[in-house]
Ligand binder design. Structure first.
Ligand SMILES: O=C(O)CCC(=O)C(=O)O
Ligand SMILES: [Fe+2]
Length: 259
């Protein structure tokens, strides 16, 4: 079980400043997938009891975190190699009719050529198949020692954080992402998940004050995070800016996308 820092004071400041996020981040959840295949029989969640038991995040369901999945030297090596991919680019998002360039570079891949993905008015540049190293990492995830052989991914999105000035604002991913497995490579970054709550109004029409539960921990170099089930419906997640961090991080988010 990984040790969490819940609702720490420093976290609060970070969450508040992350809330004043640039407009480019605001609509990140408005992602739509389309294509021709909806055969999701191949898309099964992680069920391996040993993994689920050992790495469950306390206080949440369907979120799992393994801090030392691979040795840190290997993680650095993978990051350097992925850094040289030719598919990295900065998406141009349309927000309230204006075009804004996202500060975070991404690279997107699918196993099937027909997969199309859109977010914030932007058609994601999708490449197929997965690059050899990404394929190798996916195969290492899908073993009996890790997630289990049956856990396959049809899409992955890589994110590049050159340093702590690059963040990802508070968002949830589309529910069509049945499973998201994130491999973190490089600089350690803070990860915050926050419960989504619908605040009721009182007789005067004022919204009730409720403190959403927050979960916050560090995503280590070579770590593994799994989100599945209802997680996107129940929680937001974000990686705030951390100006003191000067080192780069790349995340690979392996996904099972129904499209
Ligand atoms: O970089 C990460 O670990 C998270 C990225 C993320 O939330 C996303 O791509 O939707
Ligand atoms: Fe996300």
């Amino acid at each position: 079980m990984y040790n969490l820092r819940l609702g720490a004071k420093r976290g609060r400041d970070e969450v508040e400043s992350a809330n004043k996020k640039p407009k480019e981040e605001q609509n990140e959840q408005l992602e739509t997938a389309c294509g021709t295949t909806t055969d999701d029989s191949q898309l099964v969640p992680v069920t391996r009891p040993e993994f689920l038991k050992a790495y469950a995040i306390k206080g949440m369901e369907n979120v799992y975190y393994k801090h030392n999945w691979i040795p840190s030297t290997l993680a650095h090596q993978w990051r350097r190699e992925l850094n040289d991919l030719l598919e990295w680019y900065r998406p141009k998002l349309k927000v309230y009719g204006r075009e804004i360039q996202q500060s975070r570079k991404i690279a997107a891949f699918s196993t099937n050529e027909g997969m199309k993905l859109k977010y914030s008015g932007h058609d994601v540049e999708m490449h197929s198949p997965f690059p050899p190293l990404v394929e190798k990492i996916a195969a290492r995830l899908a073993t009996d020692e890790c997630l289990g052989k049956e856990v396959k991914f049809n899409h992955c999105m890589l994110n590049m954080y050159e340093d702590g000035s690059i963040n990802i604002g508070k968002h949830s991913d589309n529910l069509e992402n049945k499973v998201i497995v994130t491999v973190s490579l490089g600089a350690e970054r803070t990860w915050i998940m926050e419960e989504k709550i619908k605040r009721k109004k009182d007789a005067m029409g004022n919204k009730e004050k409720v403190q959403p539960k927050k979960f916050k921990w560090t995503l280590g170099n070579g770590s593994l995070l799994v989100m599945q089930g209802d997680v996107q419906k129940l929680y937001t997640h974000e990686i705030p800016k951390e100006p003191k961090i000067k080192q780069p991080r790349i995340s690979i988010t392996f996904r099972q996308l129904i499209y």
